[in-house]
Design a protein around this ligand. Structure first.
Ligand code: ZN
Length: 199
């Protein structure tokens, strides 16, 4: 980046590493940061370091947390009967935002991806099966992503969990609310028909 002072170039290069940020956006962010008051930049820098220092995986559900076990695992208003299995902490947050689920979670930390060399032993599957040992969980709701890998992982899990006498369910896929069927892609619409339920 000719013409920029070295610290600015370095900052732009660092910002470029963020997902979805190209050089243009990175430059805009860098100049925005330059104009901020020093205290605000310090606050930002501190919060970046704080997540690295304070955040860890919950040893029970593998959600990201700053307390052990995490808030969800220690919340006694939640039901122990239903365990929702997701790929990543971001998926857990998405489900929490709906306020529709009051059970517990288990974060696999990925999906089975044979092509990338990710097998079942690389995920928190053994830990999931251990959580089912005491018989408290009556239903495992599998909420892995509706992708080839997510579906394959769901199938793999259901084969392990069903023999334990635990009910296995999979989230239904649907058409977006307020959307028009005409514009839904055929895979989404096909899945919505497949996942239909009684009215
Ligand atoms: Zn937890």
């Amino acid at each position: 980046m000719p013409g920029f002072a070295e610290p600015i170039t370095t900052l732009i290069r660092q910002l470029c590493k963020l997902p979805g940020v190209g050089e243009k956006t990175a430059s805009r962010l860098a100049f925005f940061l330059l104009r901020l008051p020093r205290e605000e930049v310090e606050e930002l820098a501190r919060s970046l370091l704080a997540v690295k220092e304070k955040i860890q995986s919950c040893p029970v559900c593998f959600n990201l947390t700053d307390v052990v076990p995490c808030e969800i695992c220690r919340d006694d208003r939640r039901s122990d009967g239903v365990l929702c299995v997701v790929e990543e902490p971001a998926d857990l947050f998405a489900i929490e935002r709906t306020r529709q689920f009051r059970g517990r979670f288990h974060v696999l930390q990925g999906a089975i991806r044979p092509l990338d060399g990710v097998g079942p032993e690389d995920l928190k599957i053994r830990e999931l099966l251990e959580r089912l040992q005491d018989g408290k969980v009556q239903e495992v709701l599998i909420a892995t992503n509706p992708t080839t890998e997510g579906d394959a992982t769901a199938l793999y899990l259901s084969r392990l969990v069903k023999p334990l006498g635990v009910r296995v369910t999979r989230i239904a896929y649907g058409v977006p609310m307020g959307g028009d069927l005409e514009y839904a892609d055929q895979v989404t619409l096909g899945k919505a028909i497949e996942g239909r339920r009684e009215m």
